[in-house]
Write a protein that binds this ligand. Structure first.
Ligand code: C2O
Ligand code: CU
Ligand code: CU
Length: 502
């Protein structure tokens, strides 16, 4: 195993945990050994499974391998049906899907279907451990809107470590409503997934994880950006209009993505569905776990760069420390021979499901806390879970896999308020459902947030209300998770469990 628990611990000790804020690493880019935009963007394999008795069957194997990200340096990694990350799984709404997850790793893992509306026993969370050498075969129906989703490891206390090593991949769901819109849909040609992640490399080529003091508190930040596992990639645009499906698959980094030439992009989808209407945006801000689909229109023979700009919203005093303050290129787009036309988009894309707040059966609130402020003050704080996580809690409680925190009635419409009294933005994610954002500090959501979501960035001092209905799947024993999608926060306890019962 590339990064053992002991190694992580040793790294932490070497970095002088407890030594105060002085251990901060500047998150500057160090892609020195890679020429900028010299590598063609890697396009993940498209896996559409095989149809057998009306069930779409997928065979996935989690495995360890070596991946060359930097020339001449091999990095031990893990992936699905390959050495790093995994294929795009494409499902169609209404169909039955069965996935065989064969764990060929030398350790236990799980595969969680982030954003999918599935029974708790098929969710792939911390309760569905796939032990070393075994195969787990969840089966479920695709009962949701078209969109970009993803799968990733969700092993209790090891999610950050396993996702960092590479255990993640995209899922595309299509439905009739979305394909009828005439949006770019040719996979790898004008419909391109971009899994955006950041990593740090050690001199021996290995990924560096949790070796710097702020990694646990602020969340792990890398100084090399990977897009589908490619360092500093370019993409030869084939059509004048290209659909980019953006997935922030990073452990903790927030991206603020736009074009280097300042032209707006057209956002058409959020996490769990298309938007009601296309929205022109200068930049698209994505927290860990969040997705957005954008359309880029380019004339032939032009070059522009998809770029991440500093995240000023979560900013203030904490911005530098949170490490979201850099500007860096994500993907160079070269439209040398782009063909095709650019037709006007429909004014209305889809009708996004919504729920009437007046009909809510139940309200709950969730307060996100980090013990870090104690740490900032000098003592205490750092001695949370595992002696180093700080007090990462929700409603004052750190995750306990034996404890059910919330019980939801099947079919209930609920309003959840998520409060963030901390100085960092937290991406709050709920399993099993898609929700709508009702308001942020009382203000209605902006047009780009008028789609289905499963993860929402809650900014410092903010209180965000979401609404959803818990349909279809009851299970009196097996819970679903809700948690911060900064994986180091999740692993340190900023997670809770709910069950849905009939
Ligand atoms: Cu993306 Cu609970 O996970
Ligand atoms: Cu999830
Ligand atoms: Cu968090």
């Amino acid at each position: 195993m590339a990064t053992t628990r002991r190694e992580v611990l040793r790294g932490l000790l070497a970095a002088g945990v407890g030594g105060g804020v002085a251990g901060l690493l500047p998150a500057s880019r160090s892609t020195a050994s890679v020429r900028e935009f010299s590598t063609s963007l890697r396009i993940p394999a498209l896996d559409t499974g095989r149809l057998q008795d009306n069930v779409r069957i997928f065979d996935l194997a989690t495995q360890a391998g070596m991946t060359e990200f930097l020339p001449g340096r091999s990095t031990p990694t893990i992936g699905v049906n390959g050495s790093f990350l995994g294929p795009v799984l494409r499902f169609r709404a209404g169909e039955q899907v069965s996935i065989n997850v064969k764990n060929q790793l030398p350790f236990d893992t799980t595969l969680h279907w982030h954003g999918l509306h599935v029974p708790a026993k098929a969710d792939g969370g911390p309760h569905q451990v796939v032990t070393q050498g075994t195969t787990w075969s969840p089966r479920f129906e695709i009962k949701q809107k078209a969109g970009l989703f993803w799968y990733h490891s969700h092993l209790m206390e090891h999610t950050g470590e396993q996702v960092n090593l590479g255990l993640a991949g995209p899922i595309i769901i299509e439905d009739e409503e979305s394909t009828a819109l005439g949006l770019p849909f040719e996979y790898g040609v004008d419909d391109i997934p971009l899994v955006i992640q950041d990593r740090r490399f050690r001199a021996d080529g290995r990924f560096d994880y949790l070796s710097a003091m702020p990694d646990m508190m602020m969340g792990f930040k890398g100084n090399v950006i990977l897009v589908n596992g490619t360092v500093s990639p370019y993409f030869d645009v084939r059509r004048k209009r290209t659909r980019l499906r953006l997935l922030n698959g990073s452990n903790s980094r927030i991206y603020n993505i736009g074009l280097s030439d300042g032209r707006p992009v057209t956002q058409i989808a959020s996490d769990g569905s298309l938007l009601e209407k296309p929205v022109q945006r200068k930049t698209v801000r994505l927290g860990p776990g969040e997705r957005a689909e954008i359309l880029i229109d380019l004339d032939a023979n032009s070059t522009t760069t998809l770029t991440s700009n500093p995240d000023t919203i979560a900013g203030g005093m904490m911005m530098g420390m949170a490490g979201n303050s850099e500007t860096f290129p994500i993907l160079q787009l070269r439209s040398g021979a782009a063909s095709g036309g650019i037709s006007p988009l429909p004014a209305r894309l889809i009708q996004v499901p919504n729920w009437d707040p007046a009909k809510a059966n139940r309200r709950r609130s969730f307060r996100l806390d980090m013990g870090m402020m104690g740490m900032m003050g000098g003592r205490g704080g750092m001695m949370g879970r595992g002696g180093m996580g700080g007090g990462m809690t929700i409603n004052g409680k750190a995750m306990d896999i034996e404890r059910i925190d919330e019980r939801v009635h099947l079919g209930a419409i609920e309003i959840w308020t998520v409060q963030n009294p901390t100085p960092l933005a937290h991406p709050f994610h709920i399993h099993a459902i898609q929700f709508r954002i009702l308001d942020r500090n009382g203000a209605p959501p902006l047009p780009h947030e008028l789609g289905l979501k499963d993860t929402v960035l809650v900014d410092p001092g903010e209180s965000v209300r979401i609404i959803t209905r818990f349909d279809d799947y009851a299970d009196a024993e097996r819970p679903y998770m809700y948690h911060c999608h900064i994986l180091e926060h999740e692993d340190a306890g900023m997670m809770g469990q709910f069950i849905v019962t009939a």
